[in-house]
Design a protein around this ligand. Structure first.
Ligand SMILES: Nc1ncnc2c1ncn2[C@@H]1O[C@H](COP(=O)(O)OS(=O)(=O)O)[C@@H](OP(=O)(O)O)[C@H]1O
Ligand SMILES: [Mg+2]
Ligand SMILES: [Mg+2]
Ligand SMILES: [Mg+2]
Length: 356
């Protein structure tokens, strides 16, 4: 009997690994004019674009009919003003696609020496990420660099890829080049891949090779329980998390970290919970920011819901729609955490209600 999604899993690991090598090497060479500011004021670098091109090209060669929901699109690069960025992105994507890695599971996906693409092919690969998403069928979602601000600071970021089938995440791979393999050895080897397949568990694999460990969240222990939270206070409310911590009687300070690396750290027990609470009305979470992480949570013994206790809905398009906030933790802590979150939210809403 064949194992479900075995080929997709191998392909996803291979694509994320190549994209990670690209992003790590770009970081060391990144120059100021290689970053753009998008319409929503967020940064995007040559590494984001070229990593999306690499992953999208590899997916397309293996599964030409699978649609892709990717964070980036190539419109700014097609303009005449984008020429120098475009050339750099084509060069970087080709370097990553043609590199010989020599790692066991990097099978032949039609890439390697001689598989260069021209500029149009690279831009088209980026633009294949424009799919609108939806409730039925297979689709991949790519966040080529999650935590671009963390990447630019030389801190945590993640290359994220997930396969969604009929609105359920079936496979997820997260590459975290700057994350220590062992949280307790911050100066030790860095570079982790986190991999989950629905019903098959979650693993951490070294970015440098094949060595893998199975991930299981530790049980809820109030004396050591801590939160993983965003670095950017504009992305997730820090004060809400300190309120939740007080209600639960916790004493450990939160760990602040950019990107879905938080989900990897949750799955392996470096932190007890990942809570993300909106800071302003109107922002809708994107599916590529949570698809891989949500499967890592459930496959390592956790539960993930929004702040009302509802499951995350990956079938509504490019965003999570009306899902409000993210609450992810080990099974035996989820009920307590959700109740604390709801108490804090009710308290935060009191002054607004009395003013109305
Ligand atoms: N206003 C607002 N609210 C919530 N989330 C937002 C907001 N603006 C952006 N984003 C998304 O945050 C993604 C980075 O999330 P992080 O958890 O890494 O945040 S943080 O940078 O650690 O603070 C970031 O992902 P990347 O763009 O891939 O870096 C965005 O998709
Ligand atoms: Mg971005
Ligand atoms: Mg992101
Ligand atoms: Mg991104």
């Amino acid at each position: 009997m064949s194992i479900a999604y075995a080929i997709e899993r191998q392909l996803a690991i291979s694509a994320v690994r190549r994209a990670c090598l690209l992003t790590s090497s770009v970081f060391n060479k990144l120059v100021k004019n290689e970053t753009l500011v998008k319409g929503d004021k967020s940064p995007v670098t040559v590494a984001d674009y070229s990593a999306q091109a690499v992953i999208s090209s590899m997916l397309h060669r293996a599964y030409p009919n699978d649609p892709i929901v990717g964070e980036e699109d190539a419109s700014d690069l097609r303009a005449e003003s984008g020429a120098s960025l475009r050339n750099r992105i084509v060069e970087l994507a080709n370097e990553a696609l043609t590199a010989e890695l020599g790692i066991g599971d990097d099978a032949d996906w039609g890439i390697g020496p001689g598989s260069e693409q021209n500029a149009d092919e690279v831009l088209d690969a980026i633009d294949r990420g424009r799919y609108e998403g939806g409730r039925t069928g297979r689709m991949w979602t790519i966040d080529p660099i999650d935590g671009t601000k963390g990447f630019l600071r030389g801190e945590q970021y993640a290359v994220c890829l997930a396969l969604i089938v009929d609105a359920q995440v079936q496979l997820g791979v997260l590459g975290c080049p700057n994350l220590p393999i062992d949280w307790l050895k911050p100066d030790g080897e860095k570079g982790c891949l986190f991999v989950a397949v629905r019903g098959q568990g979650a693993q951490q694999i070294k970015l440098s090779g094949a060595e893998s460990t199975r991930l299981t969240m530790p049980p809820y222990t109030p004396s050591t329980f801590n939160f993983l939270e965003s670095v950017e206070a504009a992305h997730s409310s820090h004060s809400t998390i300190s309120g939740i911590s007080a209600i639960m009687g916790l004493t450990e300070p939160p760990i602040r970290m950019d990107s879905q690396a938080k989900y990897g750290c949750l799955a392996r027990g470096d932190g007890g919970a990942y809570v993300r609470m909106p800071t302003g009305a109107g922002y809708k979470e994107k599916i590529w920011d949570h698809a891989t992480g949500s499967l890592l949570v459930t496959e390592s013994g956790g539960i993930i819901t929004d702040s009302r206790g509802l499951p995350l809905d990956f079938g509504l398009g490019r965003t999570l729609g009306e899902n409000y906030g993210i609450i992810a933790t080990v099974k035996d802590a989820h009920g307590k955490l959700l109740s604390a979150v709801q108490q804090v939210v009710a308290k935060e809403e009191e002054p607004l209600k009395s003013r109305a």
